[in-house]
Design a protein around this ligand. Structure first.
Ligand code: 13P
Ligand code: SF4
Length: 324
């Protein structure tokens, strides 16, 4: 275990609140192997904010929300990128790094939003609303992005919608994100019926109960939550925006209405704050483990590929977003 200790504190110190000592030797062996493999293969690991603390704090090189991961993917100099997140994130990294090897440790790491819409659905919508631009959330397949005018994330959706300078846009597939953005802009938004299976489960009653049982609690909600939840919350923003809020405001008692690992990862930097943790788990994000990250690097799997015709058009939609 000692080989993985950086000078100063041990890696275990970073995760000791989440990993029982008895489990650490197994984790430590995988971590040590991953750190070695990264050096051998000139690889970097990009990890979303919903990854578990042992991935997020012990092996990841770049962490963040979907927007930050896409932006930082553009500047990666390594030969290999391992995406510790879900499949659409790995595809976005590949779109922005066509010459590099991009690996996703488990091909089943999907997303209920990405599964809610197909490229054909967009072609039908375009016929129904001729001339109305299509703004597509990054939580979609490359095929869907290829049919879109521009992408957005929860961190820049309003800016993207308003950048188009039109009175009406189609925004898909997340109905709740579309409604939450519609409440902040004069642009008319035509939405789709997709939902995030993690965020759709939060309710306004949850917030009222939290406020009763934990007086003074500050409630932060992800914009994939239903609009009545966002309205009852004190703040709504992307995972990075929630993390920044905690960093800036240091609320003594706080709850993050989002995926479970998010609070764990933010709490690590703020032991002085009380995090209330009624969270919902994303089963797709949780498919990524230290063991399959190690296997991905050892066995070069699963290599993300996108057909060139699709990639070219999907990249245009992502790059248009990143230019804003
Ligand atoms: P952000 O990290 O961009 O806020 O997205 C949350 C999410 O659900 C990604 O799957
Ligand atoms: Fe998709 Fe929701 Fe999971 Fe994010 S949290 S990957 S939006 S299912």
């Amino acid at each position: 275990m000692s080989a993985i200790l950086p000078s100063g504190a041990s890696l275990y110190d970073r995760v000791r609140h989440f990993v029982p000592p008895i489990e650490w030797p197994v984790f430590a062996e995988d971590i040590e192997a991953i750190l070695d493999l990264k050096r051998q293969r000139n690889a970097v690991i990009l990890a979303h904010n919903y990854q578990t603390p042992e991935i997020f704090h012990c092996v990841a090189d770049i962490v963040g929300d979907s927007l930050a991961l896409a932006r930082k993917a553009m500047t990666v100099e390594a030969d290999v990128i391992v995406l510790a997140g879900v499949h659409f994130m790995a595809e976005t990294a590949k779109l922005l790094n066509p010459q590099k090897t991009v690996l996703i440790p488990d091909l089943r790491a999907g997303c209920s939003l990405a599964d809610s819409i197909t490229a054909e659905d967009i072609r039908v919508l375009r016929k129904r609303y001729p001339g109305v631009p299509v703004v597509t959330y990054v939580n979609t397949s490359a095929e869907v992005k290829a049919e879109s005018d521009i992408c957005c994330t929860s961190g820049n959706a309003k800016a993207v919608v308003e950048s188009l300078g039109v009175p009406r846009v189609i925004m898909l597939p997340d109905e709740y994100l579309a409604q939450n953005i519609a409440a902040q802009t004069d642009v008319e938004i035509i939405a789709w019926k997709g939902h995030c299976e993690v965020h759709e489960r939060f309710t306004p009653a949850d917030i009222r109960e939290l406020r009763e049982s934990h007086p003074g609690v500050i409630v932060l909600a992800h914009p994939e939550c239903p609009p009545d939840v966002v309205t009852e919350a004190d703040f709504s923003g992307s995972t990075a925006a929630m993390s920044d809020y905690v960093e800036r405001q240091k609320p003594p008692r706080v709850v993050l209405l989002t995926e479970c690992s998010m609070s764990d990862n933010v709490a690590l930097h703020h032991p002085e704050l009380e995090f209330i943790r009624p969270c919902n788990l994303c089963p797709h994000m949780k498919r990524i483990t230290l063991a399959n990250i190690r296997e991905a690097l050892e066995q070069n799997r699963h290599v993300v590929t996108i057909a060139p015709g699709i990639a070219q058009r999907a990249r245009r939609a992502v790059e248009r977003m990143l230019a804003i």
